[in-house]
Design a protein around this ligand. Structure first.
Ligand code: FS2
Ligand code: SF4
Length: 572
């Protein structure tokens, strides 16, 4: 295996034996093969689109496949095996359609488009497609897991020999994974954008083209940032049109006496369905990690049993899931390989999965998911052990902050607020991430932190005070709500009549961990933001030459220590 897609890449270069995240070699390799299959599907899908037809199910399959390979989402070997089989069936069916429509499908196509296709007869393909789209979970065909594992060792990251081309291809694919996650959440709420699917597929095909120069790949990476903005905007619209604009909200971090269900991850549709199904059951619902911002949405406030947020960022789940006592539902990443103390109380759904952990499937024909097994288990569980007390405040997404615009502008003009610090992104278990707590604590009292994502858990429980009624930590929401921070910055630029977003008194000290942070970064670059500092370490997938391009063109930098960085930011 070779994987270097997240901030925990072993020795800062890549995991080669087992992931620091817990992903084993066969899962890592099958993830590589699934991505390869998605490239093959995209080759035909782009041809189909040129010929004037497309298939919504194909677009969705590609998005779900990308999402499942995000760090800490899915560790279940059998689900990757099954998806590779489904993917091959979809690819070969598309090829037949393209051939019938007069498209070129000859054997000089990239290997991703043709490998293994002799294993399938046309009748077999049709049967499998029928089974797949009529809700069948298992696709039976002639492939063996051994064939997949053997093939997977030839199609991974290192199959691209030139390290700069490899770096750009992977940077692009990681950006696409982030987009895919956001598209999937938007799709669950009924919002789609065909142009984003087209870009995803065009970009996947581009990673198979040896004739593409580094410059052309750089251009695609930057274009990916544009589609990242579009995807986050689509999701923002999906969330706010379904559940209202986030409001300033105090969230309880203590516990109540009823048994509880803890819901983690990012999917608000799952959140809603769980709240509906648990009403009047005597069970309380608590959010965990990235689900915290669900409390800020008006539509969820009517549920009396929606009682608070339990625990901290994802990486502390080992101990916090144990003390929670009740069932835990993971709607997306970040899942940590579970301990035996709570594995039988853990459930996955959507893109997440883990061997031996119960998975809640999608509802049939658009019906809600069935959470009854979780609810029944919760009724037999003890109530959560209290690990904290008090409240945290959030809900500062764009609509709320813009409604306070006069106050904010006045505070900037009067000098009460000297500088904003965007400290969005991810948290993680690396020791050096204490940096972000220290940094937040040591910031001068006339500065305000704008945050989104699970990075906030490093400082959202500190008593940092307020400036004229404006809290010094403004939490916009989940990592995708970094979009809100960009909207706020663009509005401030307009209000202050500036020509360039970089003239604003905003510094960017962003923490990253997985691929959604990659798309947030590319989105900010697309919006013209310069001098972003990224920590705790720079991505292993940036080759020295590609890192140099980012430094020279966008002023991207790393972090050093709090004292130095503080000086640098405040003097900039
Ligand atoms: Fe945090 Fe993990 Fe939000 Fe990331 S819970 S690092 O997936 O997407 O952020
Ligand atoms: Fe290593 Fe991160 Fe890849 Fe897991 S996702 S194998 S920790 S680089």
């Amino acid at each position: 295996m070779f994987c270097y897609q997240c901030q925990e890449a072993s020795k800062g270069t890549g995991c080669t034996v087992k992931g620091i995240c817990g992903k084993d070699e066969s899962v890592a390799n099958l993830q590589d093969l699934l991505i390869y299959v998605l490239k093959g599907i995209s080759i035909y899908s782009m041809k189909a689109k040129e010929l004037g037809f497309s298939d919504n199910n194909v677009d969705k399959f590609i998005v779900e496949g990308l999402f499942a390979t995000i760090t800490n989402a899915n560790f279940d070997k059998s689900s990757f095996e099954d998806n590779i089989k489904k993917g091959l069936a979809i690819r070969d069916e598309l090829r037949n359609k393209v051939t019938k429509a007069g498209g070129k499908t000859n054997s000089d196509l990239h290997d991703a488009a043709i490998w293994g296709s002799s294993n399938l007869s046309t009748e077999g393909i049709l049967q499998k497609i029928f089974s797949l789209f009529s809700g069948g979970n298992k696709v039976e065909n002639n492939y063996t897991i051994e064939q997949f594992l053997q093939k997977s060792t030839t199609v991974g990251v290192l199959a691209t020999e030139n390290e700069d081309i490899r770096s750009l291809r992977e940077l692009l694919i990681y950006g696409l994974k982030g987009i895919a996650a956001y598209l999937k959440h938007a799709d669950n709420l009924g919002k789609q954008d065909a142009n984003i699917h087209d870009f995803i597929q065009r970009a996947l095909v581009a990673t198979t083209e040896d004739t593409l120069s580094a410059d052309e790949l750089v251009a695609l990476v930057l274009e990916c940032g544009k589609y990242g903005v579009d995807a986050m905007s689509l999701l923002d619209n999906a969330n706010t049109s379904s559940y209202g604009n986030p409001e300033i909200t105090k969230v309880n971090i203590g516990v109540k006496s009823n048994p509880g269900i803890l819901i983690s991850g990012h999917d608000l549709k799952d959140m809603e369905e769980l709240l509906i199904q648990t009403e009047d059951t005597g069970i309380d619902i608590y959010t965990h990690s990235e689900m915290l911002p669900a409390h800020y949405y008006p539509a969820f406030k009517k549920y009396k049993h929606f009682v608070g947020n339990y625990g901290n960022a994802w990486w502390k789940q080992d101990s916090e899931f144990k003390s929670f006592n009740g069932p835990i539902l993971m709607t997306t990443n970040c899942l940590v390989p579970p301990k035996s103390e709570y594995k039988d109380r853990l459930y996955t759904t959507g893109a997440t999965g883990f061997n031996g952990v119960k998975h809640i499937p999608d509802g049939e024909e658009g019906k809600p998911k069935d959470f009854s097994a979780i609810i029944e288990q919760a009724k037999k569980c003890k109530s959560p052990v209290e690990i904290e007390k008090g409240e945290i405040v959030g809900g500062f997404a764009h609509a709320t902050v813009l409604s306070l615009a006069d106050k904010v502008v006045e505070a900037v003009k009067s000098g009460a607020i000297k500088q904003f610090f965007v400290m969005a992104g991810c948290d993680g278990r690396m020791k050096g991430r204490d940096y972000y707590t220290d940094f937040a604590e040591k910031l001068p009292k006339d500065t305000v932190i704008l945050t989104a994502g699970c990075a906030k858990y490093r400082y959202n429980k500190l008593k940092l005070g307020e400036i004229g009624g404006i809290p010094r930590v403004l939490d916009a929401g989940q990592c995708n709500d970094s979009y809100s921070l960009a909207v706020i910055a663009l509005k401030l630029k307009e209000v202050f009549e500036l020509n360039d977003i970089n003239e604003l008194p905003i510094s960017y000290n962003i923490a990253w961990y997985e691929q959604k942070a990659v798309i947030v970064l590319l989105a900010l670059l697309h919006l013209g933001v310069k001098n972003i500092h990224l920590g705790p370490t720079l991505p292993a997938f940036l080759s020295p030459n590609i890192a140099k391009i980012l430094v020279e063109n966008f002023g991207i930098g790393g972090i050093t220590d709090v004292e130095n960085d503080m000086k640098m930011f405040l003097e900039a």
